[in-house]
Ligand binder design. Structure first.
Ligand SMILES: O=C(O)COP(=O)(O)O
Ligand SMILES: [Mg+2]
Length: 226
């Protein structure tokens, strides 16, 4: 039987990669460089999902330093350069490589829609061996808009060749921005419970909540049959 969705679009942080340890490590280097105290990973997990500028602003605010759109810029550059240069391996969640490979082998087109900057997202996909599986990648700085704006997601769907009026697609993410973008485009959305939802995952409003990435194909088949 053909797979019921022809295109699937994935979020990155908290969905494919457990990147909170990486972001905490790099962020603490930037905080130290600018004479601020460090943060715990538990704190950083609550700050992920709105892109790097918001992450840096929230991190500095947590140490008592309030940054605006302008004053964040040199600090953001420091953070992004350190993150891009970071050589420590990131951790994929269990089952991600096998599941994405199996979906691609069934002819499903895969895309990435993340609020993380594109160059870092592509570098991570490369390092983790996932890059060849993705037919389209949009980072938080690829377009003038980003999630929760639905145009971020619809751009990825267009790149994958989906019908803009009736995309036979689904979004897979971990927080409210993913759900809002999917709703804006009118595609179903799956939330991974292990990510960084910043609220009880049941309250995100996703169509399906999963604890294990490997359960995704079966869950999507069931969702399509509803
Ligand atoms: O906020 C970020 O940097 C990225 O978050 P996302 O991959 O979950 O969109
Ligand atoms: Mg996420």
């Amino acid at each position: 039987m053909p797979f019921p969705f022809s295109a699937l679009v994935f979020d990155l942080d908290g969905t494919l990669i457990d990147s909170a340890p990486d972001m905490t490590r790099v962020l603490n280097r930037t905080l130290a460089h600018f004479d601020r105290p460090s943060l715990t990973e538990a704190q950083v997990r609550t700050m992920v999902g709105d892109g790097s500028a918001m992450l840096v602003r929230q991190a500095f605010a947590a140490t008592g330093a309030v940054l605006d759109d302008e004053t964040v810029q040199p600090i953001l550059r420091h953070y992004l350069d350190r993150y891009f240069e970071d050589e420590e391996a990131s951790a994929l969640y269990p089952g991600v490589t096998e599941t994405l490979t199996a979906l691609a082998e069934r002819g499903v087109r895969l895309g990435l829609c993340t609020n993380k900057p594109e160059r870092i997202s592509r570098k991570l996909l490369d390092a983790l061996g996932l890059a060849p599986l993705f037919g389209a990648v949009a980072g938080g700085d690829t377009l003038p808009v980003k999630k929760p704006d639905g145009r971020h997601l619809s751009w990825v769907l267009e790149q994958l060749g989906a019908d803009p009026q009736a995309p036979n697609a689904a979004m897979i993410g971990d927080n409210g921005n993913d759900v809002k973008a999917a709703r804006a485009v009118g595609v179903p959305v799956v939330a991974m419970s292990y990510g960084y939802p910043r609220m009880p995952v049941e309250e995100l409003g996703a169509d399906v909540i999963l604890d294990h990435f490997a359960d995704l194909p079966t869950a999507l088949e069931r969702l399509a049959a509803r």
